[in-house]
Design a protein around this ligand. Structure first.
Ligand code: PLP
Length: 496
């Protein structure tokens, strides 16, 4: 039996006093195996309502649906559930109605969304979430070893192979409950052994933290750094690799503290040339889903990420791809893994079973988060990845161009070092994040302060990932630029 899970308007949904135009709808249904299917309803419908009635209270004329016709009713309980979710947002950030009748038309910050009104979160993760992803988390409880969930988990692992662009039967995706940091622990306690040398390419705060994690498990990290806003050159990396035998090189693809983009393809080429036995480990927490990554083609061994950034799912999932070489390195360890929850001994068979659609248990996964991941990955993979990356480039360029036009500079000193999922902006002399962020918040936009310990009070960070980019109709990028401009002026800066 098909069950309609959620229906919502996207694209052009104009709420006027007495007419609602719905030009495009997306709906999700659950199939017999418990998988959510994305249905795109392409018909155009014009709905008449009483003057002043809102979208959620209006009964829409039923549009025709492809591929199957299913009954649609606007589900006002979805907005009630979203209101409950909002209770977890700090009171200071509340600027929205908590009424269960929150409707599309009352959401002044985000007119295209069914979510309760809330400040637009444009930090470099967590990002704004798609309605359907949040609705996927509102599924009733289910057994984590029942076939409906096992099917969704298995499909999500297969989708990750597409996202990371790997077809090698030797590579293995993992979805674990945890955050991005857990990926470091998996690497440090399974693939690296105590006493192993690791070369950490340092482009900001997250290189320091990954080093700390490696050292915690007994590895010997050596950091190869660069001035703030830059990254180690291929020559420097090659020289370092010639000087010592490293078990692995780690790269922070986008260091979220500086917005500096590294080039894993180039680094992997250097490693394969200078030290073929060395593993290439990419921290893609702020890059997977918004920057190009070609796992097989570039010869990467580990790419780890988290759900809350460009993958577009609330925090709580640690996501990884391991190469056959990385798994071999784990299998040939001299001592058992130094962790229990993060142990590949425990997780590899579970992931293999899930992908083969066989129920399996080591530790309880989150069905709701995995369903949200499945929904988000279905959306992400519904357009070519190259298009997604171009969209992120274009949105980020728009912000970067605005920053330049305001007379400001980015931390990332050259264009090729600039990430496409975020922008780190030096503030004018004498202005701190505390001077500007309250003003941008008043404009309904949440930006992040600085994070790099040497200069945290001198810059702010703007995220541009996920729906804020792929759904320009939300207006998030323009809103970010306007808020930045208003905030700068309010903080006493004179625009050029
Ligand atoms: C590049 C990078 N690596 C690792 C992490 C740690 O991830 P999490 O906070 O999800 O544990 C972050 C978090 O922002 C990050 O940006």
């Amino acid at each position: 039996m098909c069950m309609l899970a959620a229906a919502r308007g996207t694209g052009s949904r104009l709420v006027k006093s007495s007419r609602i135009e719905v030009r495009s709808l997306q709906a999700y249904r659950m199939d017999a195996d418990g998988r959510q299917q994305l249905l795109r309803l392409t018909s155009s419908a014009t709905l008449s309502t009483r003057a002043g009635a809102t979208a959620s209270t209006a009964a829409p004329r039923r549009p025709s649906i492809t591929p199957t016709t299913i009954p649609i009713s606007y589900n006002s309980s979805a907005s009630a559930r979203l209101s409950q979710l909002n209770n977890h947002i700090p009171t200071a950030a509340l600027r929205y109605s908590t009424s269960s009748s929150t409707s599309v038309s009352s959401n002044s910050n985000n007119k295209m969304s069914a979510q309760a009104e809330h400040p637009t979160v444009l930090i470099p993760g967590p990002i704004e979430f798609d309605d359907a992803v949040l609705q996927a988390m509102s599924t009733p409880s289910e057994s984590h070893v029942g076939m409906p969930f096992v099917n969704v988990f298995g499909d999500s692992l297969a989708q990750l192979r597409q996202l990371f662009i790997t077809t090698s039967p030797d590579s293995q995706p993992l979805i674990l409950s945890g955050s991005g940091t857990l990926g470091w622990d998996v690497v440090a306690s399974n693939i690296i052994e105590p006493g192993d040398e690791v070369l950490v390419l340092h482009t900001g705060y997250f290189g320091d933290s990954f080093s700390d994690c490696l050292a915690t498990y007994g590895a010997i990290p050596t950091q190869l750094g660069a001035p703030i806003g830059s990254r180690p050159s291929p020559e420097e990396i090659e020289n370092a690799l010639k000087g010592k035998k490293y078990k692995a090189v780690t790269i922070t693809h986008t260091d979220t503290s500086t917005g500096v983009l590294s080039d894993p393809k180039e680094v992997a080429e250097v490693v394969r040339r200078a030290s073929p036995g060395t593993l290439v480990v990419v921290d893609g927490v702020c890059s997977v889903g918004c920057e190009e990554i070609r796992f097989d083609e570039w010869g990467l061994d580990v790419v780890l990420t988290a759900s809350q950034k460009a993958v577009g799912v609330p925090a709580g999932l640690s996501i990884m791809m391991l190469s056959g070489r990385a798994i071999e390195a784990y299998k040939s360890r001299k001592v058992p893994p130094g962790s229990y929850f993060a142990s590949l001994k425990n997780w590899l068979p579970i992931m293999q079973n899930y992908e083969a659609k066989k129920p399996s248990y080591f530790a309880t996964p989150s069905p709701q988060l995995v369903r949200a991941l499945n929904t988000s990955l279905t959306q992400i993979l519904s357009v070519p990845l190259s298009q997604r990356f171009e969209e992120h480039k274009a949105a980020s360029k728009k912000i970067k161009d605005a920053v330049t036009s305001f007379g400001l500079k980015q931390l990332a000193s050259e264009e090729r070092f600039q990430a496409n999922g975020m922008t780190a902006v030096w503030l004018p002399e004498g202005i701190t994040p505390a001077d500007i962020l309250p003003h941008t918040a008043k404009e309904g936009v949440v930006f992040a302060g600085g994070l790099h310990k040497q200069c945290a009070t001198k810059y702010i960070r703007i995220g541009s990932m996920g729906v804020s980019v792929t759904k320009p109709e939300l207006g998030h990028i323009d809103k970010a630029i306007d808020a930045l401009k208003t905030g700068l002026v309010a903080a006493g800066y004179q625009l050029p």
